[in-house]
Design a protein around this ligand. Structure first.
Ligand code: ZN
Length: 407
C-alpha cells in the first residue's frame, strides 16, 4: 500500500474485470450499500476473493442519503437496501421524507442492522467464494478473507444547521456506537460527515471529536469555474481538520483531491470511468460510465472523438506511458482498456503529485494550461470540436490559483 495517498475505487457491478486486472494500482475498495444489498452473494464473492488475494481493505458505504430523496419509482436495489436496514418504509415513494420520519426506534433498527450486515459480510458460501476466486487465475484461500476495514454507520446529508438533518446524523452515529459497544463489535466505526457545502462540512467536523473522518461534499465538481469558491473552502476545511488532529478520507474525489494530500487529506475514492463527485439528489439514478478517455495532463475524462483529434495533432500533450496506451491511439482502446488506463493514470498521478511542493504544482498546472490553450488555438477541426476542446483545460489554471491561495 502506498503511504502517499490511499487510492480507493468505488465498486460498481460493471467493474469486476477492471478491478481484477488492476490490483497493483489501487489500495482499497468502497462497496456501495445498494450493490451489497442487491447483488448480495455475488458482491460478497467478488469483494472477499479480491481482498483475500491482495489483502486490500474494503469498506461498505450505506449510501443512506438515498433515503432523504423521494423515490417515485424505487429500484430493486433501493428496496433491498431498505430491507437490509430493517425498515422498508425508508423508501418514500409518495412524498419527500423529513427528519421527523426518523424516529428513535427507526434509528436504533437501522444502526443495529447495518452493523450486523457489516459484521456478517465475510460470511459467504464456499461455492460462491470459489467461483469468484477462480476468475483471479491464482490460488486464493477462503480463510484469507477478511471483514471490512471499518464500519461506516449510516449518515445523512446536511444542508444547513436548521434543516434538521444534522441531528438525524448525530443520532444514527450515537445509536451505532452504543450498539457496537454493548455488543463488543471488534471492527472500528468510522464517521461519515456529508454536507451540501464545504462550509457546512467544516462546521460539523469542528464539533465532533473523532479522529478518523470520511468526507462527502455533495456535488463538488472539480472542473466547473463556479466550483472555485467551494474547492477553496474544501481545502481550508481539510487544513483545519488536519490542524485539529483529524484524519480525513474523501468518499468521492478526483485529481483535485490528490492535490489536497499536501493539506492532510489521506485518500479518496472514485468510480472507474466516473464517480469523482456525487450529488446526493442524483443517487437514485446511477448507471454504467460512458466510454471516455482520461487525459492525464488534463486530469479529466474527455469524449474519445476529441481525445483522438488532440492525440493525432498534439501527441506530446496526450502521451501516456501506461501499458494500455503507449503507442495506441485513444480511439483504438476498447472499453475495459479505457477504464484500466484511467485507474493507472490516477495511480501515477498520486506517485507524481501527492508530495510535490506546492509551488511546483502551481508552476506545472500553469504550464499545462498554457500548453493546452496554445494547442487548442492551433487545432484543425470543425468549429463544434474546437469549441468543446476550448472548455477542457480552464480548470488547470483555476486549481493553480486555489493552491496558491491555500498556501
Ligand atoms: Zn494510458
Amino acid at each position: 500500500m502506498t503511504n502517499l495517498f490511499e487510492h480507493y475505487l468505488s465498486y460498481g457491478s460493471t467493474d469486476q474485470q477492471t478491478m481484477r486486472d488492476l490490483a497493483a494500482d489501487f489500495d482499497g475498495l468502497v462497496v456501495p450499500g445498494t450493490i451489497a444489498a442487491f447483488q448480495a452473494e455475488g458482491t460478497r464473492g467478488f469483494v472477499l476473493s479480491l481482498s483475500a488475494r491482495s489483502s486490500d481493505p474494503y469498506m461498505i458505504d450505506s449510501r443512506f442519503p438515498l433515503f432523504q430523496n423521494q423515490l417515485r419509482s424505487p429500484k430493486k436495489a433501493h428496496l433491498m437496501l431498505a430491507d437490509v436496514l430493517g425498515v422498508p418504509e425508508l423508501v418514500h415513494s409518495n412524498q419527500l421524507p423529513t427528519p421527523s420520519d426518523f424516529t428513535d426506534s427507526l434509528i436504533d433498527t437501522v444502526a443495529q442492522r447495518w452493523i450486523e450486515f457489516n459484521v456478517g459480510f465475510d460470511d459467504v458460501k464456499l461455492k460462491t467464494f470459489d467461483k469468484y476466486a477462480a476468475r483471479l487465475n491464482e490460488p486464493v484461500l477462503p480463510e484469507n478473507r477478511q471483514g471490512p476495514l471499518a464500519i461506516l454507520p449510516p449518515y445523512t446529508m446536511v444542508g444547513d444547521r436548521g434543516d434538521g438533518w444534522a441531528s438525524v446524523s448525530d443520532r444514527l452515529w450515537e445509536a451505532s456506537m452504543a450498539y457496537a459497544t454493548s455488543n463488543a463489535v471488534s471492527i472500528p466505526l468510522r464517521r461519515v460527515i456529508a454536507a451540501t457545502s464545504a462550509g457546512m462540512w467544516d462546521d460539523i467536523a469542528a464539533t465532533v471529536k473523532h479522529h478518523e473522518l470520511i468526507a462527502w461534499i455533495s456535488d463538488l465538481e472539480e472542473f466547473r469555474p463556479e466550483s472555485a469558491v467551494e474547492l477553496y473552502a474544501y481545502g481550508q476545511a481539510i487544513q483545519r481538520a488536519t490542524d485539529r488532529g483529524q484524519r480525513v478520507f474523501a468518499l468521492y474525489g478526483g485529481f483535485f483531491s490528490v492535490l489536497l494530500a499536501r493539506y492532510g487529506l489521506v485518500g479518496s475514492s472514485h468510480g472507474i470511468g466516473f464517480g469523482e463527485h456525487r450529488d446526493y439528489v442524483e443517487l437514485p439514478t446511477s448507471g454504467a460510465p460512458p466510454a471516455r478517455y482520461y487525459v492525464p495532463r488534463l486530469h479529466k475524462y474527455v469524449p474519445v472523438d476529441i481525445a483522438q483529434i488532440l492525440w493525432l495533432q498534439f501527441p506530446q500533450l496526450m502521451a501516456c506511458e501506461c501499458e494500455e496506451c503507449r503507442t495506441n491511439a485513444p480511439a483504438s482502446l476498447d472499453y475495459h482498456a479505457l477504464m484500466r488506463h484511467s485507474v493507472r493514470a490516477r495511480s501515477r498521478e498520486i506517485a507524481e503529485w501527492a508530495t510535490l511542493p506546492t509551488s511546483d504544482v502551481v508552476d506545472r498546472l500553469g504550464r499545462d494550461f498554457a500548453d493546452f490553450q496554445e494547442a487548442v488555438s492551433r487545432l484543425v477541426a470543425p468549429l463544434n470540436v474546437t469549441k468543446r476542446a476550448d472548455d477542457m483545460y480552464g480548470h488547470l489554471q483555476m486549481w493553480a490559483g486555489i493552491l496558491q491561495n491555500l498556501g
